[in-house]
Design a protein around this ligand. Structure first.
Ligand code: ADP
Ligand code: ZN
Length: 614
């Protein structure tokens, strides 16, 4: 067995490497430079932690880990300490005295991994500390922070190339979850990694089930989704709900609480202190649902987020993938769920139109939105679409809504023509354009006040579409705006106008294939015995379930005593294994994933007691 695999087994308690971990880890442990691209949750941390431990054990020196976020640094160090690895950090949260002690310990060789913030690394004091010590590895986490065009740009990262000039013989590993080629090239150039090996792992997250449902009443749909799939007994899973506006964040959080789901709001308009507290609550307490704008997420590596829900459409595939990627980092089943409707398409199109950006930027935003709309409307596998967008080809996944319940498509050319001609006639008759609601009233022949006011019952399209119901028409309009057969008027409030592409449809030169509207089904209610796909207790006997509950209580107490989040002690998957297998002796604990040597020694007896208490 290789040295590195032995460390994986012994220290971390995991049986095997994932994806490209093994290759990258061996390469770095042997002193090579590399750049690692892996999706969120892919397991990047072990790629530098294991070589660090290995090199230190071989007397080659300790590792310096550059990390831009203090919260992440602290979590990583806490987890390493629990696993018995000598890790520490230097950042602005330490007192002068604490920092001094850490520096001393480092110089004395008592620390295997030292995490530092980039601004600290570049100080004369720290560089001198490095000169005096033996350094075995530099790891640069979140390496995309060197990219000036990215949204996480950190000027201090640019200076990190100094490391190579000053310590040319120390291997370096840079890591990121940002997939695009431009960023990759920028990292290689700015960090002087042109001779480094590049490991690009698949960006697929197979444990995440993607689902995009037609928006009907989004709130009720969300509640239904959480209740039926993420509530087991009195508690619910941890999850994130993304909304576009601050107001909607607050309203949704408040409403979920009235429905018995523990929810917290989070957005950039809140006091920094409140945000900090809520972020900690989300991390440390069981079953908190965070309702947030996209301001929330960076720096959250909570591995047991079981679902990410979108109540509004994100702006791009990049945004969608990054946000949904926060679900299921621990590799256990998780859900990415989104409610999407006509209003979302109209709103996003309008936001682009009304922004102050220049034309080139608007075109880019439109292209990005179009790619995402393609994902929403596809009748094919969602994952295939997503991965293709990021340059990866794949086969239908079997773990997304369209694979599991292939949607019906139909030839909607006639209805599309009705819609377009209605748009045209109503605006010609009145001198301005109308929104989908009014157009649908005309098509269905509904005599509303507005219809009467504008004499739209006189139009030749009045009542021609009575065969289709209101929701069916909304789905038709939604798809037509998504596909660009209709556009949102610059002036009106969501008024629809014809586009260059409308002509071919009106003239019968282009067929229009549409996804058939399906009435959002109420999710099947999961009884207390059933359990959903993401529930680790699914299929457990009452005995096993009781053990699971005891283990959870034990974990909560232990985490509290150690001042760390529960997942730092053990993941749910480990507890579920314990509950199922009911090991009777410490020896039998050895094969259970997630129990390394140190945790075995520290918790082994206790676990046997807790498991055997029935
Ligand atoms: P990333 O930084 O790439 O987002 P992490 O390093 O945080 O991902 O890893 C995500 C989770 O996967 C962590 O909880 C980690 O313990 C787990 N993990 C990583 N590699 C393995 C492995 N080979 N076997 C089992 N679990 C792993
Ligand atoms: Zn699929």
């Amino acid at each position: 067995m290789s040295r590195c695999l032995a460390i994986l087994n012994e220290v971390f308690g995991y049986p095997a490497f994932r994806g490209l971990q093994a290759e990258a880890i061996e390469h770095v442990a042997d002193g090579g430079d590399c750049l690692v691209l892996m999706p969120t949750g892919g397991g990047k941390s072990l790629c530098y932690q294991i070589p660090a431990i290995d090199r230190k054990a071989r007397g080659l020196g300790a590792a310096i880990v550059v990390s831009p976020l203090i919260a992440l640094m602290q979590d990583q160090v806490a987890a390493l300490l629990e696993a018995g690895v000598r890790a520490a950090y230097l950042n602005s949260t330490l007192t002068g005295q604490q920092a001094f002690q850490t520096e001393r310990a480092f110089e004395n060789g008592d620390i295997d991994l030292l995490y530092v913030a980039p601004e600290r690394l570049m100080t004369a004091r720290f560089l001198e500390l490095l000169d005096r010590s033996r350094i075995g590895l530099f790891a640069i986490d979140e390496a995309h922070c060197v990219s000036q065009w990215g949204h996480d740009f950190r000027p201090e990262y640019i200076q990190l190339s100094v490391l190579h000039e000053r310590f040319p013989s120390v291997p370096r590993i840079a890591l990121t979850a940002t997939a695009d080629e431009a960023t990759r090239n920028e990292i290689i150039e700015r960090l002087a990694l042109s001779d480094a090996r590049v490991f690009i792992d698949s960006f697929d997250r197979p444990n995440i089930r993607y689902r995009i449902v037609e928006k009907d009443n989004a709130r009720t749909q969300l509640l239904d989704f959480i209740r039926s799939e993420h509530q087991n007994g009195a508690t619910n899973d941890a999850g994130i709900v993304y909304c576009l506006s601050r107001r909607k964040v607050e309203e949704t959080a408040e409403w979920l609480n009235t429905q018995g789901i523990r929810a917290l709001g989070y957005h950039a308009g809140m006091d920094a202190e409140i945000r900090q507290t809520r972020q900690e609550q989300f991390k440390r307490e069981d079953g908190v649902v965070m309702v947030a704008t996209i301001a929330f997420g960076m720096g959250i590596d909570k591995p047991d987020v079981r679902f990410v829900a979108h109540l509004d459409l994100p702006k791009s595939m990049e945004g969608y993938y990054q946000e949904t990627g926060r679900a299921g980092r621990d590799g256990s089943p998780a859900n990415a769920w989104m409610a999407y409707g006509l209003g979302d398409v109209v709103q996003q199109r309008k936001m682009i139109d009304e922004s102050d950006a220049d034309e080139a930027h608007k075109r880019l935003s439109t292209a990005k939105l179009d790619a995402l709309l393609g994902l929403c409307e596809t009748a094919g596998c969602r994952r295939v679409r997503l991965l293709a967008y990021f340059g990866e080809s794949s086969a239908p996944c079997g773990n997304c809504d369209t694979c599991l319940n292939p949607p019906d498509t139909w030839n909607g050319t006639r209805e599309a023509q009705m819609a377009l001609s209605c748009v045209y006639r109503a605006s010609r008759a009145s001198g301005f354009s109308f929104g989908a609601g009014h157009l649908i009233d005309i098509l269905r022949g509904t005599r509303t006040e507005r219809v009467a006011q504008y004499h739209h019952d006189q139009l030749s399209t009045f009542g021609v579409g009575a065969e289709q119901g209101e929701p069916e028409w909304r789905a038709i309009f939604r798809q037509m705006v998504a596909y660009g057969f209709l556009a949102v008027d610059h002036q009106g409030h969501g008024a629809l106008v014809l586009t260059a592409a409308s002509r071919a449809v009106l003239k019968g030169e282009q067929e229009v294939t549409l996804r058939r509207y399906v009435k959002p089904a109420r999710s099947r209610q999961v009884g207390s015995k059933g359990g959903s796909r993401t529930d680790p207790t699914t299929g457990m006997s009452p005995h096993q379930r009781a053990r699971w509950e005891r283990l959870r209580t034990w974990r909560a107490e232990t985490a509290k005593a150690d001042g760390v989040p529960a997942y730092v002690i053990f993941h749910d998957a480990t507890l579920a294994e314990l509950a199922r297998n009911a090991p009777a002796s410490v020896g039998e604990l050895r094969g259970i994933p997630g129990i390394g040597a140190r945790k075995l020694e520290r918790f082994g007896e206790e676990l046997i007691d807790v498991v055997g208490a029935d």
